[in-house]
Write a protein that binds this ligand. Structure first.
Ligand SMILES: Nc1nc2c(c(=O)[nH]1)N[C@H]1C(S)=C(S)[C@@H](COP(=O)(O)O)O[C@H]1N2
Ligand SMILES: [Mo]
Length: 427
């Protein structure tokens, strides 16, 4: 690519701005200018001198080998073993909004189990008119819905409370994925079992548990259960992967990932919360004064620049730079994302790839002319409830330094003149 570092005249910058607004005549005009014979153009290449693979070479396709590093990764020292553990989505290397299942992070409390559709049963009991047991085939006969939602583990960014810790967007923000789910609404199944016996829904709960050894039981208020929860059996058009709960998982849009029970086996309608392990000793927030706060289900608005970032440095020299990232909110749709290149002193409004969707990931872009200046790169999300993503200092005022879960603060990457980037704290 042409080095345009000398050419920073106002007219050049005006041109850049203009062509970007017009939607990308930029590449043709400036970056793709040939500087001499390019063997990749002028010489015959091996891949054009024979034939490629036949149609059945890969009955189920995998990413090409050149993309072999776009994989989930775990951080060894975080957990004692990989059975009760977590890995991270390579968000630094993805674009768009949908997370392919094959690299969507996994969190298991007792490992990923193999449960066939034939062996699958889902029980509804408790305060229902008629306790029911569904087979997998039964579930497929109820009216179906398809909707896209993000799942974020409440522990995402949890290692960053006390200071910048993990060097990469995959590790600081990769406990998230966003898939298009197909299934039936939880409301449909609860109504099938009959809710007359439950009387006033206001003080009722559903207790959900999985078929794995951990069971991962959680209590969900009836209001949420009847609002937008789903029993999903497909993700991104195909069956759920084993690690994401095959054959059936619960979807609890906008709420912490722990409630999205995998390998869902039982739904009990109860008169009170069960106060299980997962909603008492875990997934509660320790506050500044040492007390703990429970029932913090909603994942507040959050965003992160995925590139450039520590694992995705700038490699192309000066000139046009695409800054991109993800934003999401458990309270609604993303309405706006601002980006700062100077640690939050000045903000520019980024472009959303499409209108924000309710409780789903949004992709943002900011196209700049980078002349090698150091940047303190940040993003700040706003959602349809009017909520603005807070700074770490603002969060710490309420939460102190001993929290783990629900860290949705503004993230900073220090980008150096070399194009390399590092996780730093600007609070
Ligand atoms: N049955 C069961 N459901 C579960 C878990 C589990 O260990 N067992 N882990 C929970 C947690 S803490 C999270 S963050 C999400 C992770 O979903 P994923 O593995 O599809 O990313 O599943 C939740 N549901
Ligand atoms: Mo989680």
């Amino acid at each position: 690519m042409t080095d345009r570092s000398e050419d920073n005249s106002p007219s050049r910058r005006a041109f850049l701005k203009g062509s970007l607004a017009a939607g990308g005549a930029l590449a043709g005009a400036t970056m793709a200018r040939a500087e001499g014979p390019d063997p990749l153009i002028t010489e015959k290449q091996s891949w054009a001198m024979g034939t490629g693979d036949g149609v059945d070479a890969t009955p189920y396709g995998m990413p090409i080998r050149f993309e072999g590093d776009v994989v989930r990764r775990n951080v060894g020292w975080l957990t004692a073993d990989t059975i009760s553990s977590i890995n991270f989505t390579p968000i630094h290397a993805l674009d768009g909004t949908i997370t392919p299942q094959g690299c969507a992070f996994e969190r298991h409390h007792s490992g990923a189990i193999e449960l066939s559709k034939d062996d699958y049963r889902l029980m509804i009991n408790g305060l229902v008119d008629q306790p029911l047991v569904f087979t997998y085939a039964d579930l497929e006969r109820f009216p179906r819905v398809t909707r896209t939602f993000f799942l974020e583990c409440a522990a995402n960014t949890g290692m960053e409370w006390a200071g910048a810790q993990l060097n990469g967007a995959q590790f600081t923000h990769g406990m998230i994925h966003n898939m298009e789910y197909t299934g039936v609404t939880l409301r449909t199944l609860l109504e099938e079992a009959g809710l007359a016996a439950a009387g006033d829904f206001k003080d009722k709960w559903v207790y959900v548990e999985g078929a794995d050894a951990s069971s991962n039981g959680r209590s969900i208020p009836m209001e949420k259960a009847l609002d937008d929860c789903m029993i999903a059996f497909k993700a991104n058009g195909e069956a759920l992967r084993k690690e994401h709960g095959y054959p059936v998982r619960l979807i609890v849009p906008g709420w912490e990932g722990n409630m999205w029970v995998k390998w869902l086996r039982r739904i009990e309608v109860t008169g009170q919360a069960i106060e299980s392990r997962e909603e008492t000793s875990k997934y509660t927030d320790t506050l500044e004064d040492g007390t703990s706060r429970k029932w913090t289900w909603v994942m507040d608005a959050k965003s992160v620049v995925t590139s450039p970032s520590p694992q995705s440095p700038i490699k192309h020299g000066h000139g046009p730079l695409v800054i991109t990232g993800l934003a999401w909110s458990g309270r609604g749709a993303i309405t706006r994302v601002d980006v700062s290149i100077d640690g939050g002193k000045n903000w520019q409004e980024a472009r959303l790839s499409s209108e924000g969707q309710d409780k789903a990931l949004s992709r943002f872009y900011l196209d700049i002319d980078w002349q090698g200046e150091e940047m303190l790169l940040q993003s700040r999300a706003m959602d349809s409830s009017g909520y603005v993503q807070p700074t770490k200092a603002q969060l710490r005022e309420v939460r102190g330094l001993n929290s783990v879960y629900h860290n949705n603060c503004i993230q900073t990457w220090h980008v150096y003149p070399t194009g390399e980037a590092e996780n730093v704290e600007v609070s």
